[in-house]
Ligand binder design. Sequence first.
Ligand SMILES: *Cc1c(COP(=O)(O)O)cnc(C)c1O
Length: 416
Amino acid sequence: MPVPLLDLRPQLAPLRAEILAAIAEVLDSTAYILGPRVASLESAMQAYCATPAAIGVSSGTDALLSALMALEVGPGDLVLTSPYSFFAATGSILRLGARPVFVDIDPQSYNLDPDGLQDFFTRRPAETARVKACLPVHLYGQSADMARILPLCAEHGIPVVEDAAQAIGARCPLGPAARRAAEAAMSTTAPGGDFAVAADWHRVGSMGLVGCFSFFPSKNLGGIGDGGMVVCRDQELAAKIRTLRMHGGTSRYHHDLLGGNFRLDPIQAAVLEIKLRHLPGWHLARRRNAERYRQLFTSSGLVAEGAVSLPVAVYQREAVAAGIADFHVYNQFVVRVRQRDELRTSLHQAGIGCEIYYPVPLHQQGCVAKLGYNQEVFPEAERAARETLALPIYPELTEEMQQEVVRAIRAFYRHS
Ligand SMILES: *Cc1c(COP(=O)(O)O)cnc(C)c1O
């Protein structure tokens, strides 16, 4: 039985009629640029993330780019980020003429390591003074350690921009120190903050000053094309991003800021608003699938033999004790494996979808390396790039399909 890495058809089938009707409504409205559908999705995202502002944009990449533009990141500035992620954040930093400064990842979560961040601030004070923003990524569906990242950045007055493209809805526990730091950072770096960080478990995107989402079809909330969203805890900054989205025009044909065309399409917004209602159920199904894999892999003996290391849901125990569901939203189920490249070939031959996210760490990408910025090594990012493999985890995956995946991996290690 072939098992695809991702199949969007079973998700579409039950929603197809509703989605077609929503598309027809946009078509007949002739409101083809922004308009009520985009505003409505913005309100829904604002409520879902519990943030005071949301701005629909053209992609996750443009969410990052416009957020950094609003913070006036430019030539000579440094932006701290992860060396192990999709290219969009690093690309946006470079496009603005700024320099990405990488901090290695934590090998358990694959997210930016707060110890590395602390070490950077301690050992490189001159560079710290030039840091314009810190851009952690919530990779694979789980939040970075914001309880530590927020206070560390706040100490240095550095605003935090979250790349939440892979983790919409995921929650992170913030202790009182992080909450205070988040509030303090907001008032010192961006006056006009009006959002008191309240309860303990926060959704990604809502903890830093700005959060960036992608609606690329393979994300947990995916459109039928490109789309993105910026959420923001500061109304002034949000207004600036809205302006940047329309070529920096505060009124028509008057351009005070240099922006771009970063608008979200209303057809995408209409589809996404329908899908957003199903997101909690899809998250639940992804977590159920993750638990099934854990049982299947454990009983296969592959974990005990050290052939396969399962992903670590770092907040799971604490969340379950607190009755919190979305501690991980499993955009990807990523295992570390022995003989990764051979296993991947063997699975593909068996008709089983799997992919390497990401084979080349960002500091080693051609267009980054040739700038000569980052001569350091980032051992954990490099090891992750060599050892990890993403397996199918989409909500509609059946138990039989998961058994097939584990059987194929079991067979590979028996023969190798
Ligand atoms: C998908 C993704 C993006 C970019 O989103 P697009 O909508 O494709 O531009 C940015 N960051 C991460 C971590 C992503 O996974």
